[in-house]
Design a protein around this ligand. Structure first.
Ligand code: HEM
Length: 418
Protein backbone atom coordinates (compact mmCIF):
# COMPACT_ATOMS: atom_id res chain seq x y z
CA UNK A 1 0.00 0.00 0.00
CA UNK A 2 2.79 2.39 1.13
CA UNK A 3 4.84 1.49 -1.97
CA UNK A 4 1.84 2.25 -4.25
CA UNK A 5 1.37 5.58 -2.54
CA UNK A 6 5.07 6.50 -3.10
CA UNK A 7 4.87 5.42 -6.74
CA UNK A 8 1.77 7.55 -7.22
CA UNK A 9 3.50 10.55 -5.62
CA UNK A 10 6.51 10.05 -7.87
CA UNK A 11 4.25 9.87 -10.90
CA UNK A 12 2.48 13.11 -9.93
CA UNK A 13 5.88 14.78 -9.38
CA UNK A 14 7.17 13.70 -12.79
CA UNK A 15 3.93 14.78 -14.45
CA UNK A 16 4.09 18.23 -12.80
CA UNK A 17 7.72 18.67 -13.79
CA UNK A 18 6.90 17.80 -17.41
CA UNK A 19 4.06 20.30 -17.29
CA UNK A 20 6.25 23.11 -15.96
CA UNK A 21 8.91 22.44 -18.61
CA UNK A 22 6.29 22.26 -21.36
CA UNK A 23 4.69 25.59 -20.34
CA UNK A 24 8.17 27.21 -20.14
CA UNK A 25 9.14 25.90 -23.57
CA UNK A 26 5.82 26.99 -25.01
CA UNK A 27 6.29 30.56 -23.68
CA UNK A 28 9.86 30.76 -25.01
CA UNK A 29 8.98 29.33 -28.40
CA UNK A 30 5.84 31.49 -28.66
CA UNK A 31 7.80 34.74 -28.29
CA UNK A 32 10.53 33.45 -30.57
CA UNK A 33 8.28 31.90 -33.17
CA UNK A 34 8.81 33.30 -36.69
CA UNK A 35 5.09 34.14 -36.69
CA UNK A 36 5.72 36.74 -33.97
CA UNK A 37 8.86 38.38 -35.25
CA UNK A 38 10.58 39.55 -38.37
CA UNK A 39 14.13 40.34 -39.36
CA UNK A 40 13.25 41.48 -42.86
CA UNK A 41 14.32 45.19 -43.02
CA UNK A 42 11.23 46.81 -44.56
CA UNK A 43 8.91 44.66 -42.44
CA UNK A 44 10.88 45.70 -39.32
CA UNK A 45 10.45 49.37 -40.19
CA UNK A 46 6.71 48.92 -40.84
CA UNK A 47 6.25 47.02 -37.58
CA UNK A 48 8.05 49.78 -35.62
CA UNK A 49 5.48 52.27 -36.98
CA UNK A 50 2.92 49.96 -35.32
CA UNK A 51 -0.02 50.45 -37.73
CA UNK A 52 0.14 47.06 -39.38
CA UNK A 53 2.06 43.80 -39.29
CA UNK A 54 1.56 41.44 -42.24
CA UNK A 55 -2.25 41.13 -42.62
CA UNK A 56 -3.09 42.67 -39.24
CA UNK A 57 -4.25 46.27 -38.82
CA UNK A 58 -3.59 47.57 -35.34
CA UNK A 59 -6.47 49.09 -33.34
CA UNK A 60 -3.98 50.46 -30.80
CA UNK A 61 -2.40 53.86 -31.38
CA UNK A 62 1.34 53.65 -32.20
CA UNK A 63 2.08 55.17 -28.78
CA UNK A 64 -0.02 52.54 -26.92
CA UNK A 65 1.50 49.80 -29.07
CA UNK A 66 4.97 50.98 -28.02
CA UNK A 67 4.42 51.46 -24.27
CA UNK A 68 2.47 48.26 -23.57
CA UNK A 69 5.47 45.93 -23.91
CA UNK A 70 7.34 48.20 -21.44
CA UNK A 71 4.88 47.73 -18.56
CA UNK A 72 7.46 45.68 -16.68
CA UNK A 73 10.04 48.45 -16.96
CA UNK A 74 7.69 50.93 -15.33
CA UNK A 75 7.01 48.39 -12.58
CA UNK A 76 10.63 47.37 -11.90
CA UNK A 77 12.18 50.86 -12.10
CA UNK A 78 9.31 53.11 -10.94
CA UNK A 79 9.73 55.33 -14.01
CA UNK A 80 7.42 57.37 -16.18
CA UNK A 81 9.16 58.52 -19.37
CA UNK A 82 8.61 58.40 -23.14
CA UNK A 83 8.91 54.60 -23.07
CA UNK A 84 6.30 54.02 -20.37
CA UNK A 85 3.89 56.96 -19.99
CA UNK A 86 0.28 56.54 -21.11
CA UNK A 87 0.20 60.35 -21.53
CA UNK A 88 1.21 61.00 -25.14
CA UNK A 89 1.74 64.70 -24.57
CA UNK A 90 4.17 63.96 -21.77
CA UNK A 91 6.05 61.55 -24.04
CA UNK A 92 6.49 64.30 -26.65
CA UNK A 93 7.67 66.69 -23.93
CA UNK A 94 10.17 64.08 -22.64
CA UNK A 95 11.64 63.51 -26.11
CA UNK A 96 11.95 67.27 -26.66
CA UNK A 97 13.76 67.61 -23.33
CA UNK A 98 16.06 64.72 -24.22
CA UNK A 99 16.98 66.41 -27.52
CA UNK A 100 17.89 69.62 -25.68
CA UNK A 101 19.93 67.91 -22.99
CA UNK A 102 22.05 65.91 -25.43
CA UNK A 103 22.68 68.85 -27.74
CA UNK A 104 26.24 69.45 -26.48
CA UNK A 105 28.44 72.27 -27.75
CA UNK A 106 32.09 71.81 -28.72
CA UNK A 107 33.33 73.03 -25.34
CA UNK A 108 30.95 70.63 -23.53
CA UNK A 109 32.49 67.68 -25.40
CA UNK A 110 35.95 68.92 -24.49
CA UNK A 111 35.05 69.28 -20.83
CA UNK A 112 33.40 65.86 -20.81
CA UNK A 113 36.44 64.23 -22.42
CA UNK A 114 38.81 65.83 -19.89
CA UNK A 115 36.73 64.81 -16.89
CA UNK A 116 36.38 61.26 -18.20
CA UNK A 117 40.09 61.07 -18.93
CA UNK A 118 41.08 62.22 -15.45
CA UNK A 119 38.61 59.83 -13.80
CA UNK A 120 39.88 56.91 -15.86
CA UNK A 121 43.51 57.83 -15.04
CA UNK A 122 42.68 58.03 -11.37
CA UNK A 123 41.00 54.62 -11.40
CA UNK A 124 43.81 53.00 -13.32
CA UNK A 125 46.64 54.54 -11.36
CA UNK A 126 45.29 53.66 -7.92
CA UNK A 127 44.20 50.06 -8.40
CA UNK A 128 46.04 46.79 -8.96
CA UNK A 129 43.08 44.72 -10.00
CA UNK A 130 39.97 46.09 -11.68
CA UNK A 131 36.72 44.45 -12.72
CA UNK A 132 36.56 45.28 -16.44
CA UNK A 133 32.76 45.52 -16.77
CA UNK A 134 32.50 47.76 -13.67
CA UNK A 135 35.06 50.24 -15.01
CA UNK A 136 33.25 50.44 -18.35
CA UNK A 137 29.90 50.78 -16.56
CA UNK A 138 31.12 53.56 -14.33
CA UNK A 139 32.59 55.58 -17.24
CA UNK A 140 29.39 55.07 -19.26
CA UNK A 141 27.23 56.09 -16.31
CA UNK A 142 29.39 59.17 -15.64
CA UNK A 143 28.57 60.60 -19.09
CA UNK A 144 24.83 60.09 -18.58
CA UNK A 145 24.77 61.46 -15.02
CA UNK A 146 26.71 64.61 -15.88
CA UNK A 147 25.02 65.49 -19.18
CA UNK A 148 21.42 64.50 -18.48
CA UNK A 149 21.14 64.97 -14.72
CA UNK A 150 23.76 67.59 -13.91
CA UNK A 151 25.11 65.37 -11.14
CA UNK A 152 28.01 66.93 -9.21
CA UNK A 153 30.07 63.77 -9.07
CA UNK A 154 33.42 65.42 -8.29
CA UNK A 155 32.19 66.87 -5.00
CA UNK A 156 30.16 63.86 -3.88
CA UNK A 157 32.00 61.57 -1.43
CA UNK A 158 32.43 57.99 -2.71
CA UNK A 159 30.73 58.82 -6.03
CA UNK A 160 32.69 56.09 -7.80
CA UNK A 161 31.60 53.40 -5.36
CA UNK A 162 27.96 54.55 -5.58
CA UNK A 163 28.04 54.49 -9.38
CA UNK A 164 29.28 50.91 -9.43
CA UNK A 165 26.52 49.88 -6.97
CA UNK A 166 23.89 51.71 -9.02
CA UNK A 167 25.05 50.00 -12.22
CA UNK A 168 24.84 46.60 -10.50
CA UNK A 169 21.42 47.33 -8.99
CA UNK A 170 20.10 48.43 -12.41
CA UNK A 171 21.42 45.25 -13.99
CA UNK A 172 19.81 43.04 -11.40
CA UNK A 173 16.47 44.86 -11.75
CA UNK A 174 16.73 44.65 -15.56
CA UNK A 175 17.24 40.90 -15.47
CA UNK A 176 14.34 40.55 -13.03
CA UNK A 177 12.10 42.70 -15.26
CA UNK A 178 12.56 40.13 -18.06
CA UNK A 179 11.65 37.24 -15.84
CA UNK A 180 8.22 36.40 -14.44
CA UNK A 181 9.52 34.52 -11.42
CA UNK A 182 11.86 37.21 -10.04
CA UNK A 183 9.98 40.36 -11.05
CA UNK A 184 10.49 42.86 -8.21
CA UNK A 185 8.56 46.11 -7.96
CA UNK A 186 10.64 49.30 -7.56
CA UNK A 187 8.88 50.03 -4.23
CA UNK A 188 10.13 46.66 -2.94
CA UNK A 189 13.69 47.12 -4.13
CA UNK A 190 15.56 48.91 -1.30
CA UNK A 191 18.96 48.16 -2.91
CA UNK A 192 18.13 50.06 -6.08
CA UNK A 193 16.50 52.90 -4.14
CA UNK A 194 19.48 53.23 -1.78
CA UNK A 195 22.01 53.42 -4.61
CA UNK A 196 19.93 56.14 -6.27
CA UNK A 197 19.59 58.11 -3.03
CA UNK A 198 23.36 57.94 -2.51
CA UNK A 199 23.90 59.80 -5.80
CA UNK A 200 20.75 61.94 -5.69
CA UNK A 201 20.16 62.82 -2.03
CA UNK A 202 16.88 64.68 -2.76
CA UNK A 203 15.45 61.80 -4.78
CA UNK A 204 11.79 61.06 -3.99
CA UNK A 205 11.04 57.39 -4.61
CA UNK A 206 7.31 57.99 -5.03
CA UNK A 207 7.44 60.34 -8.04
CA UNK A 208 7.84 58.30 -11.26
CA UNK A 209 8.40 61.39 -13.44
CA UNK A 210 11.11 62.73 -11.12
CA UNK A 211 12.93 59.39 -10.89
CA UNK A 212 16.52 59.86 -12.23
CA UNK A 213 16.21 56.39 -13.81
CA UNK A 214 13.88 57.95 -16.42
CA UNK A 215 17.03 59.58 -17.82
CA UNK A 216 19.61 57.00 -16.83
CA UNK A 217 18.02 53.92 -18.41
CA UNK A 218 17.70 54.99 -22.09
CA UNK A 219 21.37 55.95 -22.35
CA UNK A 220 23.17 53.81 -19.79
CA UNK A 221 21.44 50.50 -20.38
CA UNK A 222 22.12 50.80 -24.09
CA UNK A 223 25.68 52.08 -23.99
CA UNK A 224 27.72 50.13 -21.44
CA UNK A 225 27.47 46.75 -23.16
CA UNK A 226 28.35 48.11 -26.59
CA UNK A 227 31.26 50.05 -25.04
CA UNK A 228 32.57 46.86 -23.45
CA UNK A 229 32.27 44.91 -26.71
CA UNK A 230 34.12 47.52 -28.78
CA UNK A 231 36.89 47.64 -26.14
CA UNK A 232 37.20 43.84 -26.33
CA UNK A 233 37.19 43.87 -30.16
CA UNK A 234 39.97 46.47 -30.20
CA UNK A 235 42.19 45.02 -27.49
CA UNK A 236 41.60 41.29 -27.71
CA UNK A 237 39.98 40.37 -30.99
CA UNK A 238 40.01 41.77 -34.55
CA UNK A 239 41.73 44.99 -33.41
CA UNK A 240 44.86 43.03 -32.50
CA UNK A 241 45.79 42.91 -36.17
CA UNK A 242 44.59 46.51 -36.73
CA UNK A 243 46.28 48.71 -34.10
CA UNK A 244 45.26 51.77 -36.17
CA UNK A 245 41.65 51.33 -35.04
CA UNK A 246 42.70 51.80 -31.41
CA UNK A 247 44.88 54.78 -32.35
CA UNK A 248 41.89 56.36 -34.14
CA UNK A 249 39.68 56.00 -31.06
CA UNK A 250 42.38 57.50 -28.81
CA UNK A 251 42.77 60.43 -31.23
CA UNK A 252 39.03 61.13 -30.95
CA UNK A 253 39.09 61.03 -27.13
CA UNK A 254 41.90 63.58 -27.19
CA UNK A 255 40.13 65.83 -29.68
CA UNK A 256 36.38 65.09 -29.51
CA UNK A 257 35.21 67.14 -32.51
CA UNK A 258 32.96 66.26 -35.45
CA UNK A 259 35.91 66.51 -37.84
CA UNK A 260 38.02 64.13 -35.77
CA UNK A 261 35.07 61.72 -35.37
CA UNK A 262 34.78 61.41 -39.13
CA UNK A 263 38.49 61.55 -39.96
CA UNK A 264 39.87 58.33 -41.43
CA UNK A 265 43.00 57.02 -39.75
CA UNK A 266 46.01 55.49 -41.50
CA UNK A 267 43.94 52.42 -42.49
CA UNK A 268 40.96 54.41 -43.87
CA UNK A 269 38.79 53.72 -40.81
CA UNK A 270 37.25 56.56 -38.72
CA UNK A 271 35.97 56.55 -35.12
CA UNK A 272 32.49 56.83 -36.66
CA UNK A 273 33.09 53.57 -38.61
CA UNK A 274 34.40 51.76 -35.51
CA UNK A 275 31.24 52.70 -33.60
CA UNK A 276 28.85 51.99 -36.50
CA UNK A 277 30.29 48.51 -36.91
CA UNK A 278 30.06 47.90 -33.15
CA UNK A 279 26.38 48.91 -33.18
CA UNK A 280 25.73 46.66 -36.18
CA UNK A 281 27.34 43.57 -34.72
CA UNK A 282 26.25 44.16 -31.10
CA UNK A 283 23.04 46.23 -31.20
CA UNK A 284 22.13 47.04 -27.56
CA UNK A 285 18.40 46.79 -28.37
CA UNK A 286 18.20 43.34 -29.92
CA UNK A 287 14.47 43.45 -30.52
CA UNK A 288 11.89 46.24 -30.67
CA UNK A 289 8.44 45.13 -29.52
CA UNK A 290 4.98 46.39 -30.45
CA UNK A 291 1.63 45.33 -29.01
CA UNK A 292 -1.20 44.73 -31.49
CA UNK A 293 -4.96 44.36 -31.25
CA UNK A 294 -6.78 43.43 -34.42
CA UNK A 295 -9.86 41.75 -35.77
CA UNK A 296 -9.82 38.47 -37.64
CA UNK A 297 -12.84 36.39 -38.72
CA UNK A 298 -15.06 38.57 -36.56
CA UNK A 299 -13.04 37.98 -33.37
CA UNK A 300 -10.74 40.39 -31.51
CA UNK A 301 -7.12 39.24 -31.08
CA UNK A 302 -4.12 40.67 -29.26
CA UNK A 303 -0.43 39.84 -29.41
CA UNK A 304 3.08 41.28 -29.26
CA UNK A 305 5.35 41.30 -32.30
CA UNK A 306 9.07 41.96 -32.52
CA UNK A 307 11.35 43.63 -35.04
CA UNK A 308 14.44 41.44 -34.64
CA UNK A 309 17.10 44.14 -34.99
CA UNK A 310 20.05 41.91 -34.14
CA UNK A 311 19.04 39.22 -36.67
CA UNK A 312 18.51 41.95 -39.28
CA UNK A 313 22.05 43.26 -38.59
CA UNK A 314 23.58 39.81 -39.01
CA UNK A 315 21.88 38.70 -42.24
CA UNK A 316 24.52 37.44 -44.64
CA UNK A 317 22.47 38.29 -47.71
CA UNK A 318 22.54 41.99 -46.70
CA UNK A 319 25.96 42.31 -45.06
CA UNK A 320 27.97 39.76 -47.04
CA UNK A 321 29.80 36.58 -46.21
CA UNK A 322 31.72 38.16 -43.35
CA UNK A 323 28.51 39.50 -41.71
CA UNK A 324 29.50 37.94 -38.37
CA UNK A 325 32.93 39.53 -38.34
CA UNK A 326 33.77 42.94 -36.89
CA UNK A 327 34.94 44.93 -39.90
CA UNK A 328 34.65 48.76 -39.65
CA UNK A 329 36.00 49.09 -43.19
CA UNK A 330 32.60 48.04 -44.58
CA UNK A 331 31.25 51.47 -43.53
CA UNK A 332 33.41 53.15 -46.17
CA UNK A 333 31.06 51.83 -48.86
CA UNK A 334 27.70 51.13 -47.29
CA UNK A 335 24.77 50.49 -49.69
CA UNK A 336 21.17 51.79 -49.49
CA UNK A 337 19.95 48.26 -48.73
CA UNK A 338 22.36 48.11 -45.78
CA UNK A 339 21.25 51.54 -44.54
CA UNK A 340 17.66 50.31 -44.60
CA UNK A 341 18.69 47.21 -42.61
CA UNK A 342 20.54 49.18 -39.91
CA UNK A 343 18.34 49.85 -36.87
CA UNK A 344 20.40 50.25 -33.68
CA UNK A 345 18.48 53.44 -32.82
CA UNK A 346 15.08 52.14 -33.95
CA UNK A 347 13.05 53.80 -36.70
CA UNK A 348 10.41 56.48 -37.35
CA UNK A 349 8.27 57.66 -35.66
CA UNK A 350 10.11 56.66 -32.45
CA UNK A 351 13.67 57.02 -33.64
CA UNK A 352 16.14 57.70 -30.85
CA UNK A 353 17.07 61.38 -30.43
CA UNK A 354 20.66 60.32 -29.71
CA UNK A 355 21.03 58.66 -33.13
CA UNK A 356 22.72 61.42 -35.11
CA UNK A 357 25.35 62.77 -32.73
CA UNK A 358 25.24 62.11 -29.00
CA UNK A 359 24.85 58.31 -29.02
CA UNK A 360 27.69 57.41 -31.42
CA UNK A 361 30.03 60.03 -29.96
CA UNK A 362 29.50 59.11 -26.32
CA UNK A 363 30.37 55.52 -27.27
CA UNK A 364 33.53 56.70 -29.05
CA UNK A 365 34.48 58.81 -26.04
CA UNK A 366 34.23 56.05 -23.44
CA UNK A 367 36.00 53.55 -25.70
CA UNK A 368 38.72 56.05 -26.72
CA UNK A 369 39.40 57.23 -23.17
CA UNK A 370 39.52 53.69 -21.84
CA UNK A 371 41.80 52.11 -24.44
CA UNK A 372 43.94 55.26 -24.17
CA UNK A 373 44.58 55.02 -20.43
CA UNK A 374 45.27 51.30 -20.72
CA UNK A 375 47.95 51.92 -23.34
CA UNK A 376 49.78 54.63 -21.43
CA UNK A 377 51.61 52.42 -18.94
CA UNK A 378 51.46 49.25 -21.06
CA UNK A 379 51.28 47.66 -17.65
CA UNK A 380 47.88 45.98 -17.75
CA UNK A 381 46.68 42.63 -18.91
CA UNK A 382 43.28 41.00 -18.96
CA UNK A 383 42.70 37.83 -16.97
CA UNK A 384 39.73 35.65 -16.07
CA UNK A 385 38.53 35.15 -12.51
CA UNK A 386 41.24 32.52 -11.89
CA UNK A 387 43.98 34.84 -13.08
CA UNK A 388 44.56 33.11 -16.45
CA UNK A 389 45.47 35.45 -19.31
CA UNK A 390 42.73 35.88 -21.93
CA UNK A 391 44.74 36.99 -24.96
CA UNK A 392 43.79 35.36 -28.27
CA UNK A 393 40.71 33.64 -26.88
CA UNK A 394 38.19 35.02 -29.38
CA UNK A 395 39.99 34.03 -32.59
CA UNK A 396 38.33 36.73 -34.71
CA UNK A 397 34.84 35.31 -34.01
CA UNK A 398 31.85 37.47 -33.07
CA UNK A 399 31.71 38.12 -29.31
CA UNK A 400 28.64 37.17 -27.28
CA UNK A 401 25.99 39.86 -27.03
CA UNK A 402 24.18 38.78 -23.87
CA UNK A 403 24.17 40.80 -20.69
CA UNK A 404 26.18 38.51 -18.41
CA UNK A 405 29.02 37.67 -20.82
CA UNK A 406 32.50 39.01 -20.00
CA UNK A 407 31.46 39.72 -16.41
CA UNK A 408 34.37 37.53 -15.32
CA UNK A 409 37.15 39.58 -16.85
CA UNK A 410 39.61 41.57 -14.76
CA UNK A 411 42.45 43.94 -15.47
CA UNK A 412 45.56 43.25 -13.45
CA UNK A 413 48.74 45.22 -13.29
CA UNK A 414 51.52 43.20 -14.87
CA UNK A 415 54.91 43.12 -13.22
CA UNK A 416 56.89 46.15 -14.36
CA UNK A 417 53.73 48.18 -15.22
CA UNK A 418 53.52 51.76 -14.05
C1 HEM B 1 23.98 53.77 -27.58
C2 HEM B 1 23.05 54.56 -27.22
C3 HEM B 1 21.59 54.40 -27.54
C4 HEM B 1 20.92 53.43 -28.23
C5 HEM B 1 21.52 52.20 -28.93
C6 HEM B 1 19.52 53.77 -28.22
C7 HEM B 1 18.52 53.02 -28.82
C8 HEM B 1 17.20 53.44 -28.94
C9 HEM B 1 16.17 52.71 -29.64
C10 HEM B 1 16.34 51.36 -30.31
C11 HEM B 1 15.02 53.42 -29.57
C12 HEM B 1 13.65 53.06 -30.17
C13 HEM B 1 12.78 52.33 -29.16
C14 HEM B 1 11.45 51.93 -29.76
O1 HEM B 1 11.15 52.18 -30.93
O2 HEM B 1 10.66 51.31 -29.02
C15 HEM B 1 15.32 54.61 -28.80
C16 HEM B 1 14.41 55.61 -28.50
C17 HEM B 1 14.67 56.64 -27.63
N1 HEM B 1 15.90 56.93 -27.04
FE1 HEM B 1 17.64 56.02 -27.36
N2 HEM B 1 19.37 54.92 -27.51
C18 HEM B 1 20.60 55.34 -27.07
C19 HEM B 1 20.88 56.46 -26.31
C20 HEM B 1 19.96 57.34 -25.84
C21 HEM B 1 20.24 58.45 -24.98
C22 HEM B 1 21.61 58.87 -24.44
C23 HEM B 1 19.06 59.08 -24.73
C24 HEM B 1 18.89 60.30 -23.88
C25 HEM B 1 17.93 60.50 -23.05
C26 HEM B 1 18.03 58.34 -25.44
C27 HEM B 1 16.67 58.65 -25.44
C28 HEM B 1 15.72 58.01 -26.21
C29 HEM B 1 14.30 58.45 -26.26
C30 HEM B 1 13.69 59.61 -25.47
C31 HEM B 1 13.66 57.59 -27.17
C32 HEM B 1 12.19 57.61 -27.57
C33 HEM B 1 12.03 58.43 -28.82
C34 HEM B 1 10.56 58.63 -29.20
O3 HEM B 1 9.68 58.09 -28.53
O4 HEM B 1 10.31 59.33 -30.19
N3 HEM B 1 18.61 57.29 -26.09
N4 HEM B 1 16.66 54.59 -28.43
Amino acid sequence: MMRDFRALNLLILIFSAINVIAVGLFTVSFLNSPRNKTHQPTECRTLIQAHRFRARRNFLSPHRARIRPNTRLAFAFGIENAFTTPDEEYATHFVRNARNLINLQAQDWERLAKSLQSKANELISTAHRLHLASVVQSLSLRIILTTLLNAELDTLPDAEKHMVSLAQAINRAWVSSKNDVDLIEFADNPGLQASLSALFPTFDGTDPRGNPLCWILPGFETSWRINLRIVLELLLNTGQTHPDWTATMIAFAENPTKTQFEAAGADEVSAKDVVAEGLRLYPPTKRIYRAFEWEENGARHSDTFAAAVEACHLAGRVWGQDALKYNPLRWRAVTDVQKQAYLPFGGAPFECPAKAVFGPRMIALVVGVFVGVLQVGHGWRLVDKDGNGVNDVFGGERLKNDRGSYEELFLVRAAGGV
